[in-house]
Design a protein. Sequence first.
Length: 218
Amino acid sequence: MIDENGLEIGNDGRPTHHRTREDQEGESVIDLTLANRPIVRWTKLADDHATGSDHEVIEWKVGVDRQEEADHERVVGWNLAAMMEEDVEVAEKLWMELAKERIQLDAECTEDEVEQEAAWCHEAMSSVLDATAKKIRICAMSKWWWNADIEERRGMVGRERSRRRHSEQAARAKSELQKSIQQSKRRMWGDYLQNLRGAKVWRAARYANPREGMTVGA
């Protein structure tokens, strides 16, 4: 498969998996890093990045230019709250410049004209905000529930593993990390529900109970 697809192996030969069975320890290079581009960097992260798993945390980078890398991120909006007063003024001027030669629709306009105008407004507003506001980007690894407490507890798991891989302290640290993650997720879900208004409550019903349809308990 590797040869057929022209893939490159990024591993440098160091073990990525550590196991203990019946008091017998072993190591293996079971976690392969494969890419169809040159892998310019491959490394195992320090223990403070550990997750509690018996697999090492691996970080790698492939040779992709900045523009191509940015194209793989999803832009979900613009940070309007961070715009300064001068940014708003520039945005208004840009919008007025773009809109000054547009013909305003009247009551006799057709459905096609309305759709064309809506498409133009979307494109024009996007270009204005691209020039004046910071884009909000997410990638596949984004986690809205991540916080400083979880970061600290993940570091504790790594430090305990470095002292003794299968100690009681390491197991306790891993349990506390998982507990902190679940608490953060529940808190984020609760905040989301508290801010729902109108028809959006039915969206939450689908998230919470997708197989039950739109029915929710009293």
